[in-house]
Design a protein around this ligand. Structure first.
Ligand SMILES: [Mg+2]
Length: 344
């Protein structure tokens, strides 16, 4: 069996946000084979990511067997090393890797979760991520909620953040989990002050308070912060997750499988984290690409809400009353209508 083509494009559906998540956003990758089966994956990097797929990665994969996925990953990483390692090039590799895993599942007639040693059909609890205030009708949609607070409290920053958390807490009550996301926008002092103020409310974690490059800063805050620190959403490759685990910098790791290097890397991250007793909670875990890993590898499964504007990835399960359940369709189980991709 041989790879006959590697294709990429960037579908843009209505309601796609007017920021980098669109301009450099999610790409669809297709890997075609001479047995008539196509694997699909989602990567990132917009037109730049597509260019990496259609030049370097396609040249490397044409005529190769799609079966040794891990070996192909090493070759893709080596081929992009000069300009890659983190960011858009690894997002492009991620999309191709996921397409190869989809192909692997389709050729075996099994869901990816089963290839990873797990099962499908069990409900997985979900949490919803929101940028605006929570409203009463949202309560019950998820088992936990995460509030983006990086943009709150201008002028009187910590008080504004704490007020937003208290409002959410009053709405949700003690039975529903509540987490906070600072999206790399705080400093150490802000993190510690917010943590101290909201600690009595039992906040589940504070996510990405500092830059992902500031490992020493993370080392200092985890020493002094009573609330678990989460991170890793903007980190790339298992090699980069290793020091996060070895130095104990995050209580919760949040790799994004469409960015961090694909399933090949997410499996390695899970193996390292599970061995060290560190929780993994993949970014956008309700999207099938991460959900199959959660179903198979996660010791404390919790799937984050996905991107609602990515309607072109068909066949994904829906969140129902705080949980989501994978089907037994082979591969990732997605349905891609290539003739009607929005914006392509
Ligand atoms: Mg986040």
């Amino acid at each position: 069996m041989k790879i006959t083509n590697v294709r990429a494009c960037q579908p843009i559906a209505e309601n796609s946000p007017g920021d980098w998540r669109t301009s450099l956003g999610q790409t669809l990758v297709a890997v075609d084979t001479d047995v008539g089966v196509t694997g699909y994956g989602v990567g990132g990097g917009g037109a730049a990511g597509t260019h990496v797929v259609e030049t370097v990665l396609r040249d490397l994969l044409l005529g190769e067997s799609p079966e040794p996925v891990e070996a192909l990953w090493e070759r893709m990483y080596a081929a992009t090393l000069a300009f890659g390692r983190k960011g858009i090039a690894v997002m492009a590799v991620s999309g191709v890797d996921l397409a190869l895993w989809d192909l692997r599942g389709k050729l075996a007639g099994e869901p990816v979760a089963k290839l990873l040693g797990g099962a499908v059909g069990e409900p997985i609890p979900t949490y919803g991520t929101f940028w605006s205030d929570l409203t009463p009708e949202m309560v019950g949609e998820h088992t936990a909620f995460k509030l983006h607070v990086e943009h709150r409290g201008d002028g009187d920053r910590i008080d504004g953040i704490v007020r937003a958390v208290e409002q959410a807490w009053a709405l949700l009550g003690p039975e529903t989990g509540l987490m906070l996301d600072a999206w790399m926008r705080w400093d150490e002092a802000t993190t510690l002050a917010v943590a101290e103020a909201v600690e009595p409310l039992g906040v589940g974690w504070i996510e990405e308070p500092l830059s992902p490059d500031d490992l020493d800063g993370y080392a200092r805050i985890v020493e002094r912060c009573a609330i678990p620190i989460a991170g890793g959403e903007h980190e790339f490759t298992a090699a980069a997750f290793r020091p996060l685990i070895e130095r104990g910098l995050h209580a919760v790791l949040q790799p994004d499988v469409c960015w961090c290097g694909g399933m090949t890397e997410l499996v390695k991250i899970y193996e390292m984290a599970n061995a060290a007793g560190v929780r993994v909670c993949p970014h956008r875990g309700c999207e099938v690409w991460g959900l199959h890993a959660i179903a198979a590898l996660d010791q404390q499964p919790l799937a984050e809400s996905g991107r609602p504007w990515m309607t072109w990835v068909g066949g994904q399960p829906a969140v129902e009353a705080g949980s989501i359940t994978l089907s037994d369709r082979p591969g990732f189980g997605v349905e891609i209508d290539e003739a009607n991709l929005p914006g392509v």
